[in-house]
Design a protein around this ligand. Structure first.
Ligand SMILES: [Zn+2]
Ligand SMILES: [Zn+2]
Length: 275
């Protein structure tokens, strides 16, 4: 399959898909940064899933001999349950011209170490780098004026280079606020790499599950049905009592035991036993 990625995501994805005999080849010849960057210079052309599908189709266009096209896209949004957390969503879209729809592997996590701070002095840059795990995690420096990004610097590999980049921004863009923030690009963000691996696992599982109705690959869990009974009083809880599996290509669906594997809920989550 042809994978359109610029930031080394094949390192996370290829070993997992190889378990099913799928060979991942990086598609060359197109700059995915034209379709959106995390540092904010370029906006995404469409939603996350649609953008990943665009990339998957493009990958196949660049490698017409491949049997599949693979595209990926990550997103970082404020967590719906907590304003202090970010939610990282990774999707991997597997496209085949032989299928009515693409297969989408997904993973979510709030284990996102995203930090952003003003850095008026060199010591601020040093402290920030230490706090965010540089150089394992990348640091992006941004010169901003009145909320507008003027210039970003993002490829420092050592503290020395990071400080030099910071000085250059300070001297070239006097009067701008200089921010440091965690690099969210996959090759500079180990936390994101782990979520991409989970999305690849999810995609692999869907690829290996054949729809009982149309016989195509991609059958997988789509929705939880709440109501797992409490282990003490039997009252329905908000935990899933079943998971609905669906086919992306046809209308087939069935209910399966919930992914958490429990048959009864802990009374601690029961509104009757523990209101
Ligand atoms: Zn089907
Ligand atoms: Zn109960």
């Amino acid at each position: 399959m042809a994978f359109l990625t610029r930031h080394g995501k094949e390192r996370q994805v290829a070993p997992i898909l190889a378990e099913a005999g799928l060979q991942v080849q990086v598609a060359e010849g197109f700059d995915t940064d034209l379709w959106g960057t995390f540092s904010g210079e370029v906006a995404r052309p469409a939603g996350q899933r649609e953008t990943a599908l665009l990339k998957a189709r493009k990958a196949l266009e660049l490698n017409p001999r491949a049997d599949f096209g693979l595209g990926s896209e990550g997103a970082f949004n404020p967590h719906p349950a907590s304003p202090f957390l970010y939610l990282n969503t990774e999707v991997l879209v597997l496209y085949s011209p032989a299928w009515p729809s693409a297969i989408v592997g997904r993973a979510f996590s709030s284990d996102v170490a995203f930090l952003r701070e003003k850095t008026p002095y060199p010591d601020d840059v040093r402290h920030f780098a230490e706090k965010c795990g540089f150089p394992a995690y990348g640091v992006i420096l941004k010169a901003e004026s009145e909320g507008r990004l003027i210039k970003a610097s993002k490829n420092a590999e050592t503290l020395e280079i990071l400080l030099r980049d910071w000085e250059k921004l300070r001297d070239d863009f006097q009067g701008c606020v200089i921010y440091a923030e965690t690099d969210l690009r996959a090759h500079r963000n180990p936390a994101r790499q782990r979520i991409i691996e989970q999305a690849a696992r999810d995609l692999l599982r869907r690829y290996l599950n054949v729809c009982p109705s149309c016989g195509r690959q991609g059958f997988g869990p789509e929705e939880n049905v709440p109501g797992l009974p409490c282990g003490l009083c039997g009252f329905p809880t908000r935990l899933a009592k079943a998971t609905i599996w669906r086919c992306p290509h046809c209308a087939a669906e069935n209910a399966r035991p919930p992914e958490h594997g429990q048959s009864m809920a802990d009374p601690a989550v029961c509104l009757m036993c523990n209101p």
